[in-house]
Design a protein around this ligand. Structure first.
Ligand SMILES: Nc1ncnc2c1ncn2[C@@H]1O[C@H](COP(=O)(O)O)[C@@H](OP(=O)(O)O)[C@H]1O
Ligand SMILES: [Mg+2]
Ligand SMILES: [Mg+2]
Ligand SMILES: [Mg+2]
Length: 384
C-alpha cells in the first residue's frame, strides 16, 4: 500500500488512520463471529420492535402534518409530538424488556413539556404512545401522562465506557420530517463503550436503490429497516415486516464512478468543502443530498459509495446522530472515521470528539478519500 497519505496527516495525529487496519488479516471467521452476534439476539429483537413501533407513530404524525395546513403555518408542534412520542415509546419498550440495569442516552427530555401550557401536548403524546403500544396487541397497557414523561426522562443517561447503554435519536432529520422527506429512528446499543448493535428505521426510504430511475414511481414502496450486530453483518427488511436480506456497501474502486451523500441542510455540513473533495477524487455524479442517518442506510446497501459530513467550526456531533448508522455501514463492509482517519469513539459520553468531520466509504476507496479530504482541508484553510 502506498504511504502517501502520511504527508497529509495532521502533526497531532498519533495513531495510524483506521483504514490501515483494513490490511490486517480478517478476524477469525464464522464460528466466533456467530457467537458474538448471538449474544445480542434478545436486544436485537427488542430494538427492531421498538424502532418499528416508533416508525409507525412517526408516519401517522407525518401524514397528518402533510395533509393539514399546519406545515404551511410553520407550526412545529406535530414534530415535537412525534419526537417525544417516539422517544417515550422506545424507552418504554426497552425498559419492559430489560428492567434490570436499564440505561438510555436519548436526544429529548421532558423539561419543556412540564412547563405551563404543556399539558395539552403531553396528552396528545400520551394518546399517540398508547395507540401505538396496543396496535398489534403486544402490550396491553395504558400509560398515564406522568408515565410518558418519565419514559422520556429515562433517556437522561450520560453513556460512557462502562456497561451497556442504549442510544436513541427518536427522529433523526427533524427538518426532513417537516418537509415530508427522509428521517430515521436510530437506535444503538453500546457495550463497554463500543457500538455492538444498531437499528435504523427509515420510513420514507425507497426499498429499491436511490440510484434507480424508477425510485419516484408510485409503485415503488418505501419504508426500510436496517439492522446490524457486531460480527453478524448488516440486513435490510421492509418496515412492514417481510423477510430480511443481507446488504453490502458498494464495491466501486474508481472514484470517478462513485457517487456521494451529504446532508440536505447546508448548515449541517460544508457543501463547498465536500465539492472540493469530490473534485479532487474526480467524482462525476452530483451529490445526493438527503436528511438523517438514512444516508448510512442507503450507503450500507450500495446506493452511493461515499458519505461526507463536515460540520461548520464549533459544532459538536452527538452520539445518537451516528451510533446506529456507524455499525450499519461497518458491518456492511464500509469504513467510518473522522477526517484524521480515526474511528469514532462512542465511549466519551453524549458527544463525539472529532477531527473536523466524518467520512464514510468502502475499504478500497478510503485511502484515496482520506488523501483528498486532507488536501482539501489544508487548501481551504490556506485560502482563508
Ligand atoms: N450545525 C449543525 N451541524 C451539524 N449537525 C447539526 C447541526 N445542527 C443540527 N445538527 C444535527 O444534524 C442532524 C441531522 O443530520 P442530517 O443533516 O444528516 O439530516 C440533527 O439531528 P436531529 O434532526 O435529530 O435533531 C442534528 O443533531
Ligand atoms: Mg439527530
Ligand atoms: Mg432527533
Ligand atoms: Mg433535534
Amino acid at each position: 500500500m502506498s504511504i502517501n497519505w502520511l504527508r497529509f496527516v495532521s502533526p497531532s495525529l498519533k495513531k495510524p488512520p483506521l483504514f490501515h487496519l483494513c490490511h490486517l488479516p480478517p478476524p477469525p471467521s464464522s464460528s466466533s463471529a456467530v457467537i458474538v452476534a448471538m449474544s445480542y439476539d434478545k436486544e436485537l429483537a427488542a430494538a427492531k420492535k421498538a424502532a418499528s413501533l416508533a416508525a409507525r407513530l412517526c408516519q401517522k404524525v407525518q401524514k397528518a402534518l402533510l395533509q393539514s395546513d399546519v406545515q404551511s403555518k410553520n407550526d412545529k408542534s406535530p414534530v415535537t409530538v412525534a419526537d417525544y412520542g417516539s422517544q417515550a415509546l422506545v424507552s418504554f419498550v426497552l425498559q419492559q424488556e430489560f428492567p434490570d440495569n436499564f440505561s438510555l442516552v436519548a436526544e429529548e427530555d421532558s423539561k419543556d413539556l412540564r412547563k405551563d401550557g404543556g399539558q395539552e401536548i403531553v396528552e396528545r403524546i400520551t394518546k399517540l404512545v398508547n395507540d401505538s403500544l396496543t396496535i398489534d396487541g403486544s402490550y396491553n397497557v395504558t400509560l398515564s401522562t406522568e408515565d410518558v414523561l418519565k419514559a422520556i426522562d429515562n433517556g437522561r443517561s450520560e453513556g460512557g465506557s462502562q456497561g451497556r447503554h442504549w442510544v436513541l435519536d427518536p427522529i433523526d432529520g427533524t427538518k426532513g420530517f417537516l418537509r415530508g422527506d427522509q428521517y430515521a429512528i436510530a437506535l444503538a446499543l453500546l457495550d463497554g463503550g463500543k457500538v455492538v448493535l444498531g437499528v435504523l428505521a427509515c420510513p420514507n426510504l425507497p426499498l429499491t436503490s436511490l440510484s434507480d430511475a424508477g425510485q419516484h414511481s408510485p409503485n415503488n414502496k418505501v419504508g426500510c429497516l436496517f439492522f446490524a450486530v457486531v460480527g453478524g453483518g448488516t440486513y435490510m427488511q421492509p418496515l412492514d415486516g417481510s423477510s430480511a436480506v443481507k446488504v453490502q456497501v458498494s464495491a466501486v474502486e474508481n472514484p470517478e464512478e462513485a457517487s456521494f451523500f451529504e446532508s440536505y441542510e447546508a448548515a449541517h455540513s460544508m457543501h463547498d468543502l465536500s465539492s472540493l473533495i469530490a473534485q479532487k477524487l474526480g467524482v462525476k455524479a452530483p451529490p445526493v443530498r438527503i436528511d438523517s442517518q438514512a444516508k448510512y442506510g442507503a450507503l450500507s446497501r450500495g446506493d452511493g459509495a461515499i458519505y461526507l459530513r463536515l460540520p461548520h467550526k464549533g459544532y459538536r456531533e452527538k452520539i445518537w446522530d451516528h451510533a446506529a448508522g456507524c455499525i450499519v455501514v461497518s458491518e456492511a463492509g464500509g469504513v467510518v472515521t473522522d477526517a484524521a482517519g480515526q474511528p469514532l469513539d462512542f465511549s466519551k459520553g453524549k458527544c463525539l470528539d472529532l477531527d473536523t468531520g466524518i467520512i464514510v466509504t468502502n475499504q478500497k476507496l478510503m485511502p484515496l478519500l482520506f488523501n483528498a479530504v486532507r488536501k482539501s482541508i489544508q487548501e481551504k484553510a490556506s485560502s482563508l
